[in-house]
Design a protein around this ligand. Sequence first.
Ligand code: NAP
Length: 289
Amino acid sequence: MKIAFIGLGIMGSRMATNLLKNNVKITVYNRSQAPVQKLVELGATAGESIEKTVKDANIIFSMLSTPEVVQSVFLDDHKAIDYIQKGAIWVDCSTVNPSFTAQMAKEAAKRNVHFVDAPVAGTKPHAENAELVFFVGAKKAQLEIIEPYLAMMGKKTMQVGEVGKGSSFKMLVNLLLAQSMVIFSESILLGEKMGLDKQFLLDMLPNLVVAAPFTKFKAKMIESDDYEVQFPLEWMYKDLQLATTTAYEHQHPLFLASLTKDLYAKAIQEGLSRSDFAAIHQSLEGMQS
Ligand SMILES: NC(=O)c1ccc[n+]([C@@H]2O[C@H](COP(=O)([O-])OP(=O)(O)OC[C@H]3O[C@@H](n4cnc5c(N)ncnc54)[C@H](OP(=O)(O)O)[C@@H]3O)[C@@H](O)[C@H]2O)c1
């Protein structure tokens, strides 16, 4: 199998590294060159162009930031999809909206390319330690082919359903994540106002059954006031926008997501786009002073 990997950001660079650790030969492509060089040092081949990167590949993984970027790389600007060989599988791991996924699957089918959506749960350390969970929308035949590679990058592959269902499920996960972070943060801030000890709150609240388990890790960021990026806040904002777009497509009211989205928008205005999304706490704290 010849494998191509496109998009070597926080997640993609670590996922591609795990393929290399398993002695998989990969050709990599990224807009900026520094991550490509790092991967080449680990044994990857640098794709000279998008055309050369995907041309011979049997499986193409992409891990790009937004639907607009996937569209630009695969269709509008770089037209990667036109160079993929017939019968190859394009596995998009980027977090995008289901209607976009459906559109990409349609474009792929026109070119006799198989499309799989396989967004991930987990952040930087999980990508690094091959502990991601893949939410896959795929036909059984394609899943069987890609599964061994997903297993090299993750600890679990969950087939949610047919193509599109992986990105649908992922959207719900991030809806919970974005909103739970705001709720956790507001609870801490109100607790402090009431004279409760901040450290006590950060230690106790995440361990209650009413708290989302991930808040244990984010409590450490709040405690140290260090929001070094794992999941960029700007992509959480994007995911909330995609959720509200999806709700609109279904004419389905989504009350809190719209409000939460605007809180993240404000944090971006404050310069927090490349901080971890837990930095929403810093933004909310600022609103109170
Ligand atoms: N970080 C997380 O914890 C996490 C967890 C789960 C899912 N995700 C999702 O995974 C995806 C990637 O996230 P990430 O954290 O790895 O993001 P990231 O570090 O910002 O990387 C984004 C990637 O997209 C590329 N890109 C951005 N704009 C581009 C453009 N105009 N043309 C071509 N390439 C472009 C970047 O290339 P450059 O290097 O040249 O900028 C980079 O390869 C996103 O959809 C995100 O929502 C992230």
